[in-house]
Structures are given as C-alpha cells and as structure tokens.
Design a protein around this ligand. Structure first.
Ligand SMILES: [Zn+2]
Length: 453
C-alpha cells in the first residue's frame, strides 16, 4: 500500500451497545456493521474524558485532558500535534466539525490545512424569548395557529446534519489529489436527538419543545424521568443512530465506488457514550466516569488486513493518534502519552503492551480521575479524596458496589497512577490558554446541547 489515506469518523455520544456489530438486535446500523465485517472491531476501548471537551484533546493530541491547563479553554498550543506531523509528511489534512465545542473558536483548526466549521445558522423563534413563550411552544395548538399565519415555531437546528456533513466530505475527497487525512465529526446522536425530518407536524414540534424543556429540567433541576419518557428518549436516540448510519453509509459507499477504499484506512470512533439512567441520570454528565460513558466503539478498516477481526484487549482513545502515525509510517512528535496498537492489527513497528486506561473529568476546582484495568475501575475525586471508589468489573460490570474498603492494596496501587496523572498536569501548565470567544448564537447552541444552564 502506498501512503494510505486516513479518514477518522467520530460520532458524538454513540453507545457501542446500539450497534449491531456490538450485539444490538435487530440491527439499526447495517452500514457500520458492514465496516466491522470487513475490518477490525475493538471491544474494550476507553475514552480519555467523559464529555466532548475532555475527550477530544485526548483523541487528537494523545495527551491527558488535565494537561496543559486543562480542557475547558481553547486547545493549548503546547499540546503535541500529530496532525502537523501528517502534514509535514505530505498529507493534505482536512477537518469537518459540527460541534461548537470542536470549532475554530476552541482552537481545533490548529495544524489542519482546511478546517470546515459547519454551523447550521438560523435562530429560535422569537416566541421562545418571551415570558411564558416556552409554555406556549409546548402546545400543539400554537404550532397549528402559527402554521396558519405562516410564522416559524420550530426549534433552530443546533448542529448541521450528518447528510450535510457527508456531502461536504465526499465533495472534498472528489476534489483532492494528494494523500489525505480527514477528520469528520457527526453530532446527530447527541441530545436533543431531533432529526429535522421528524419535525414536520405541529404535534411533533410541540413534543420537541416539551423534550427540550423536560431534559433541561431533569439535567439542572432534578426533574424526574418516567419510564414512558425514558422509552421515548431511547427511541429518539436509536432513530438518530439509524439515521447517522445511513449517512455514514453514503460516505463509505462513495469510497468503494471511487476505488479509494483500496488505499484508505477508515476509523470509526465515539468520543463518549450516553447514560440512560444507569447511575440515576440522563446524558453524559461530566462527573460520570462509569463504563456506559467511558467504553466506546472503535472500528478500523485497513486495506489488505482481513475482516471480522475482534480485538478484546483494553485500549485507550489516547492510543489512537500514535497508532495512526504508526500506520502511516510517521515518527510521533514528542509529548504524546499514548502508544501505538498497530501491531494488534498486524501492522506498525512497535510492540503492543497492555496498560491501565486513564479517563478524566477536569475543571479548575474539581478533578476526577478514573484508572481502569481489565479487572478494576478506580475513581479518585478531588472533592472526596477520602472516599475512593473501586469496582470489580468482572463481577460487577454495572459498577454498583464500591469495594474500596475491602481491597486497600489495589486502591494503593491504582492511586499511584492517579498521582502520576496529577504530576503530568503540574508539569505542563500552559501559559497560552485563552477563553474562547463565543457569540450569543454559540452560547444558545451550547445551552440546547445541555452544556450551559
Ligand atoms: Zn461529545
């Protein structure tokens, strides 16, 4: 294979257990399943952070979320840049993102030759801004009446659709002649899970407003989620997964039809999962470091490497960029904390060594670190350092029973790893952190995504 192209497809908030290839039945993801059939499926990949802002510095720079001043501001310029390495090696690099948290405002355009920040534009109906407007928007009659007088009352799109994103990526590929590295980030599976085409009837639009208000209330004010609501949200989520699969399929089909699949490494990854009340809440709360959030799907198809391969070793998203560089025969930049696992795929120069996985929740005043082995999950919380959590993943995969008091030696051993992560943060305090410049539209989008109260 001459210099391979690489396409990194990240799907925000995608749970592995909703993919047919990971056991969901009947499948709603035939295209992703096909990719797994012809590629390598990894069953135990741990993300480095519990939400987008903590997960992506780890995925794209192979450093911990808490390093270089943490993960809340713009991406620190001191973090290593594997994208730059690819660029220096002659790759044409392009990113297509749909999340405001991964936009140019947050510094994610660093080192990319081309950075396409897809923004859906549009504004919420002005009724929302009036006192009592939210109440009216939750009524079907409001939407019937507004339709009669031609007033728009649908919620504004928070992110660009998978269809739009795939079209942009396919177009770019069609116009490009050099070896390329592409990162495309899909948002459709992220809350509020509302697909554009599902919001055509007045009652559907009213329901969408009820959902937005209710989940916001559940997130910030402790509103209860009933079993009926739970079923409704899971149904919306699964529809969004099925829709994303169709759109990803258009990209994969395009690669096959153009013959580019013969020389393109395709990677499908999620940044974190989504909690469906496993630990009492909905969504991806920053301080949830349990496996429904941390264990993410990863599928890699490498031309010439046999399909239907399943790798069960524990890996980290921290290891992804070192692996990509290894597969592209590039020397990794200094400072990356991950290690290549290309040898597990029968490629690359370095030998794979099993390691503990690190995941973090990081804020200036609050830091939680999870250390995961194949047998245990240890969680250290800076607000409650005297109450460490230890879960036996073999007998208690749901992580319900804290065994810390029974296994002091395991606690001590894994706490030593926590100390190392804390030291890395101390050693790499960034001087170049800036607060992202956000306009009102951006703040509104972040609020509807659940990141702002
Ligand atoms: Zn995310």
């Amino acid at each position: 294979m001459s210099k391979p192209n690489v396409i990194l497809l990240t799907v925000d908030t995608l749970r592995a257990d909703r993919l047919g290839s990971y056991g969901f039945h009947p499948t709603i993801t035939p295209k992703i399943d096909q990719l797994a059939e012809s590629g390598i499926r990894f069953t135990q990949v741990i993300t480095g952070g519990s939400w987008t802002q903590a997960a992506f510095p780890v995925i794209l720079t192979s450093t911990y979320a808490s390093m270089y001043g943490g993960c809340l501001g713009t991406l620190a310029s001191e973090r290593p840049s594997p994208i730059q390495v690819l660029s220096d090696a002659g790759y044409s690099t392009a990113a297509f993102t749909t999340s405001p948290l991964l936009s140019r405002n947050y510094g994610y355009d660093k080192s990319f030759d081309e950075f396409v920040d897809l923004n859906p534009g549009g504004r919420d109906p002005s009724l929302r801004k009036f006192r009592g407007g939210h109440f009216l928007l939750q009524k079907s009659i409001t939407h019937h009446l507004s339709r009669l007088v031609g007033v728009r009352t649908r919620p504004a799109k928070i992110y660009s659709s998978a269809e739009e994103l795939t079209n942009r990526v396919n177009q770019w590929i069609g116009e490009n002649n050099e070896p390329f590295f592409i990162w495309a980030h899909y948002m459709d599976v992220h809350w509020p899970y509302h697909l554009e085409e599902s919001l055509t009837q007045p009652n559907q639009i009213a329901q969408a407003w009820r959902d937005l208000v209710h989940l916001h209330d559940a997130n910030w004010n402790g509103a209860v989620i009933t079993p009926v609501q739970e079923e409704h949200y899971i149904d919306l989520y699964e529809r969004a997964v099925a829709y994303t699969d169709i759109q990803l399929g258009k990209l994969l089909d395009y690669l096959t039809e153009s013959g580019l699949d013969q020389n393109t490494i395709i990677i499908l990854l999620s940044d974190h999962g989504e909690e469906f009340l496993e630990h009492g809440r909905w969504g991806h709360w920053e301080n949830n470091l349990y496996d429904e959030i941390l264990k993410v799907p990863l599928i890699i198809r490498i031309p010439g490497v046999g399909g239907r391969v399943v790798i069960t070793e524990q890996l980290q998203t921290l290891d992804l960029m070192p692996t990509i560089l290894d597969l592209c025969d590039c020397i990794p930049p200094d400072g990356m904390k991950g290690k290549s696992f290309a040898s597990l795929c029968g490629k690359g120069r370095s030998q794979f060594q099993p390691r503990v996985a690190i995941s973090e929740m990081w804020r200036e005043s609050w830091h939680i670190i999870a250390v995961r082995t194949e047998d245990y999950k240890y969680i250290w919380d800076s607000k409650h350092p005297q109450i460490p959590q230890l879960y036996d993943l073999q007998t208690d995969p749901g992580e319900k029973h804290n065994f810390a008091a029974d296994f002091p030696r395991v606690v001590e051993e894994l706490q030593a790893t926590v100390e190392i992560v804390l030291q890395e943060g101390e050693k790499t305090k960034s001087k170049n952190l800036t607060t992202p410049d956000l306009d009102k539209d951006m703040v509104d989008r972040l609020r509807d995504l659940g990141y702002v109260e």
